[in-house]
Write a protein that binds this ligand. Structure first.
Ligand code: G3P
Length: 215
């Protein structure tokens, strides 16, 4: 499973990239707003740090607007993947952009039927928001299972990108299901590597190392 980092914070991206564990980046308007920086500046910085797919979301909600914005974002860097919301105008734009060879991440997916339509329209990625489904007492992972099955049943090439990941169990479940990608917040990436026995073991090794006579 590929791991993307779900943030627009360049320091968080640098930290995860230095560990060598990330294959790409996803952003959204909320994450960019948190940085307090202009969208384009943020994207330029990210493209310098990560050589992999970088999702940048459009703000327009009408077909013309989405297509225009998407073309501009895509022209900024070869690694930019345009993020388009899962609405009717969005799907029309996905078809046009996909025919032009522009990669699209269709975002805000909450059902298998939405995912099926996004794949038919030519989406490169579909982003089911698992945490937000769990938030309303649904099962985000059931949605991921359905999307993976539907795409496998019909040989659809759209990749399932598990988004709105909130904790390590989401990551384990996504990888057991066979999702193509999980996009993970910086904090959760660090939670993935943490284990108390590793810390205790290291503490003991370092304490014992002090007892070794110097030669
Ligand atoms: O990848 C989408 C993500 O940023 C949304 O996460 O936690 O706001 O549902 P959350």
């Amino acid at each position: 499973m590929k791991i993307f980092i779900d943030t627009a914070d360049i320091e968080e991206i640098r930290d995860a990239a230095a560990m060598g564990v990330i294959d790409g980046v996803t952003t959204n308007p909320s994450l960019v707003a948190k940085t307090g920086r202009p969208f384009k500046d943020v994207l330029v910085d990210i493209c310098e740090v990560v050589d992999g797919p970088i999702s940048a979301e459009v703000i327009a909600t009408d077909y013309e607007g989405i297509v225009n914005e998407a073309r501009k974002l895509s022209a900024m860097h070869e690694n930019i993947v345009v993020k388009v919301p899962l609405i009717a105008e969005g799907l029309k734009a996905v078809r046009t952009l996909s025919d032009e060879g522009i990669r699209v991440n269709v975002t805000l997916c909450f059902s298998a039927t939405q995912g099926l339509l996004a794949a038919k329209a030519g989406a490169t990625y579909i982003s089911p928001f698992v945490g937000r489904v769990d938030d309303i007492s649904g099962s985000g992972m059931e949605l991921v299972e359905q999307l993976v099955t539907v795409y496998q049943n019909y040989g659809l090439s759209t990749q399932v990108l598990v988004a709105s990941v909130r904790h390590p169990v989401h990551v384990v479940q996504a990888s057991l299901i066979g999702a193509d990608v999980a996009t993970i917040p910086h904090k959760v990436i660090h939670q993935l590597l943490k284990h108390p026995l590793t810390d205790i073991g290291l503490e003991r090794f370092l304490a014992d190392a002090k007892k070794i006579p110097t030669g």
